[in-house]
Design a protein around this ligand. Structure first.
Ligand code: FE2
Length: 302
């Protein structure tokens, strides 16, 4: 059983309640067509994405398709594809995307204007199974921000099927993770047996939502929402081709006043556990935490 979107809620309320929201047809398909054409050019193929697949099923596929996994988990600066980047960068210029960001942050004044994204392409893998992976949060063996200053949005550029390698999200986990962080400020997500057991208890009973998408569908999710990338094993062999983007605020708040009736959707999603006053600069705290993790890892290697 997978989680079903509550269509009775406006997407902002859905994000607040579940730490995630899906907006169908948020972007015009022409915008996705332009992006896909740029990706095809970069890959050196005229094949439509529905025919992109890993060898050996497509022995005559262009060589670039065989190495397309280089796009997976690469930061945009590393693509080495300036033409492609110039096209993909414009996703943030789409009025529909700006509207989503401004709505989440409460006004056009709060977005910092940066455009961090990753292009996720996951091709059909004949050896993969039709299962959803275990969820994680993106803070392994490091402090997890209680408030943070961003949200994620993923834009599907193509039509996908169940098990196309879509992202899956664990709705409501943003409240549970934040509660744990408030109660145990030093709690970390990690791979030790104790951490694993605690994580399994936190996710127990939560049904995942799989982002099976049409071109232009957008999925928003909180940094505290558990999520997973999945293997691509759809019946029709369709791949995932999506942009994972981050919308970042100019400032990093240290407080959330849960009694304020004028909270933005982004703030409301962080106010389920009552008012928060960290009494410190969380952005600096987080930067220090990353530096300390780097030092620990370097020391472990030495
Ligand atoms: Fe992740």
């Amino acid at each position: 059983m997978t989680f079903q979107i509550d269509e009775s809620l406006h997407w902002t309320d859905h994000y607040v309640e579940h730490g995630m929201a899906r907006i169908k047809n948020a972007l015009p398909s022409s915008c996705c067509d332009t992006a896909v054409a740029a990706i095809q050019k970069a890959l050196g193929t005229d094949l439509p994405p529905s025919q992109w697949a890993c060898p050996p099923l497509e022995p005559n596929a262009p060589e670039r398709l065989r190495t397309v996994s280089v796009f997976e988990h690469q930061e945009r600066e590393d693509h080495g594809q300036p033409e492609l980047q110039a096209v993909l960068d414009t996703i943030y210029d789409q009025p529909e995307i700006r509207d989503i960001i401004d709505t989440m942050f409460g006004s056009p004044d709060h977005w910092d204007g940066s455009r961090p994204y990753q292009l996720f392409i996951r091709l059909f893998d004949p050896n993969a199974k039709q299962v959803l992976s275990e969820p994680h949060v993106d803070f392994v063996n490091v402090r997890i921000p209680v408030i943070g200053n961003w949200f994620y949005f993923q834009v599907s550029l193509v039509k996908t099927e169940p098990f196309s390698g879509n992202i899956s999200i664990y709705p409501g986990l943003h409240k549970i993770v934040q509660k744990r962080l408030i109660e145990q400020p030093n709690w970390w997500y990690g791979s030790s047996p104790k951490q694993k057991q605690e994580w399994n208890e936190m996710i127990a009973g939560i049904e995942p939502f799989e982002f099976v998408a049409d071109p232009g569908d957008v999925l928003l999710f909180s940094h505290l929402a558990g999520h997973a990338g999945n293997a691509s094993a759809a019946t029709g062999r369709s791949p995932r081709v999506a942009m994972q983007c981050q919308a970042i605020r100019k400032d990093w708040p240290s407080k959330i006043d849960a009694t304020d009736p004028n909270l933005t959707p982004w703030q409301r999603s962080l106010a389920h556990n009552g008012s928060i006053d960290l009494g410190c600069d969380e952005g600096k705290l987080q930067a220090d935490a990353y530096r300390q993790r780097q030092d620990r890892e370097a020391a472990a290697k030495a």
